[in-house]
Design a binder for this molecule. Structure first.
Ligand code: NCW
Length: 470
């Protein structure tokens, strides 16, 4: 290794992430019942080619091989989610067989020297609960806490890191307002109610987990972004950026870290009954201190109040009519920056990750003493299999670019504790079905064969050296 190599701190952990519905398969086995994604994937036009997670990457049966693969790559930690529909089918009593799967997975990880990082909710609400109102029903917050404690009773002796929600912006606004993700509702009020009840469920789960075991590291993962006005001197553009920052970032960060929703966003959505859902004491629950903030970063937003011909943003390509996920941002327009994009159409801007982490640390996590982790970052590309190999230079560049931005952030004085590439495996990319491949490991969906892509080999080398090549 040359002297110029850029080293990561000794305590920095390298990992990869997945989510239950996207990889497990075994949708009808061992007592699991439908989640909202099983139901949504049956709605005509909701998911490309009506793909579903019935088989996915068959991880439920192949988890031992997959953990062996993680060990070969040198991963130090693995972020996965538990399926509420497997653990408490229909949101009802605990299912021993479902819990046993996660118990075996955790044992396998620990046996391989890989630290398990557990996410309780990565978008797969039991369909039976959706039929009782889903996240627009306040009771779902309490039921989420009960589900969290069921998982904790089974795994709390072996799992030290617990995150409540993955990307609640997606499971509220993209799902209940835009209708692009399950359950496919299209109501501004429902999106707002869902967002509040998700945050309330988060706070309730944090409190109960903390009471059960004060030594746990507890947190949440948010999909945060950097919103830039196209013309920083134009008031309309500045306001467009404020609205996007408000809804993606501050609408979640402020209640968690400051115990209050941002006043400007609340004013923007004043006609939608939002405040009727926020009861006395809720914000104290939501702002219960956390140990870890997970940041998922993919791209920034360059916005203005005037349209350009082409809009980007990566919204799912459902054939059903959808509406904007932004309750009060109908006048916001995205402006492509003439940058390289991934196959999701997402522009590649690694330098914005540094801006984002420095900002979040200064405004939120630093003062609160909360650690920052990058819990997701990755890229889908149209990979080609050539003689049994995938030469995905674009993904390797994406990976090293973002790891370089993290090193710059650490040099700025921010204690970023680790990085999870999204995703370990190609998998079910929600409304895009199996058409988008994010993995550092290719999955052949006919044979379930796994092939480590060149980017996976590059990641393995970086982890082994604990440094980026000069
Ligand atoms: S779709 C999405 N993703 C991908 C998914 O596979 C993973 O489960 C998620 O945690 C990769 O990482 C996350 N995020 C949704 C971004 C939606 C952006 C919509 C913008 C609309 C204007």
């Amino acid at each position: 290794m040359s002297d110029d190599a850029r080293r990561f701190p000794d305590h920095f952990l390298f990992g990869a992430a997945t989510a239950a519905y996207q990889i497990e398969g075994a949708a009808h086995e061992d007592g699991r019942t439908d989640s909202i994604w099983d139901a949504f994937s049956r709605v005509p036009g909701a998911v490309i080619d009506a793909h579903n997670g019935d088989v996915a990457t068959d991880h439920y049966h192949r988890y031992r091989d997959d953990v062996a693969l993680m060990k070969d790559l040198g991963l130090q930690t693995y972020r996965f989610s538990t399926s509420w529909s497997r653990v408490r089918p229909d949101g009802g009593p605990a299912n021993a067989k479902g819990l046993d799967f996660y118990s075996r997975l955790v044992d396998e990880l620990l046996g391989a020297g890989i630290k398990p990082w557990l996410t309780l909710y990565h978008w797969d609400l039991p369909q039976a609960l959706e039929e009782r109102g889903g996240w627009t029903n306040r009771d779902t917050s309490e039921l989420f806490r009960d589900y969290a404690m069921t998982v904790h009773e089974a795994l709390g002796d072996r799992v030290g890191v617990w995150t409540t929600l993955n990307e609640p912006w997606c499971s509220s606004f993209l799902s209940y307002t835009a209708g692009a993700h399950a359950p496919g509702r299209q109501s501004v009020e429902d999106g707002l109610a869902a967002a509040h009840h998700l945050l309330l469920g988060h706070g309730l789960a944090v409190q109960s987990l903390r009471a059960a075991d004060p030594s746990l590291e507890i947190g949440i993962t948010l999909n945060l972004t950097v919103a830039k006005p196209v013309d920083p001197t134009n008031d309309g553009d500045i306001d467009a950026a404020r609205r996007i920052d408000g809804q993606f970032n501050r609408f979640f960060l402020d209640p968690i870290f400051r115990g209050a929703y941002p006043e400007d966003v609340v004013a923007d959505v004043a006609d939608n009954n939002f405040e009727s859902y926020v009861k006395e004491g809720d914000l104290e629950v939501i702002s219960t201190p956390i140990d870890a903030l997970g940041v998922n970063y993919y791209h920034g937003e360059h916005v203005s109040s005037t349209p350009v011909e082409l809009e980007t943003g990566g919204q799912a390509p459902t054939e059903r009519p959808t509406r904007s996920p932004f309750p009060a941002a109908d006048n916001v327009h995205w402006h492509p920056q003439d940058l390289e994009t991934t196959s999701m159409g997402w522009e590649i801007e690694p330098w914005l990750l540094r801006d984002l982490l420095v900002h979040v640390d200064r405004e939120y996590t630093g003062p609160a003493g909360t650690a920052i982790w990058v819990t997701e970052n990755g890229a889908a590309f149209d990979d080609e299999l050539v003689d049994g190999a995938v030469h995905d230079e674009g993904r390797t560049r994406f990976l090293t670019g973002h790891l370089g931005a993290i090193l710059d952030t650490i040099a700025d004085g921010v204690d970023v504790r680790g990085y999870f590439y999204w995703s370990l495996l190609d998998n079910y990319e929600w409304a895009w079905g199996y058409h988008k491949r994010f993995g550092i490991v290719r999955v052949d969906y006919d044979t379930q064969e796994r092939i480590v892509k060149d980017s996976g080999l590059a990641y393995r080398d970086i982890i082994a050296a604990r440094a980026l090549p000069a």
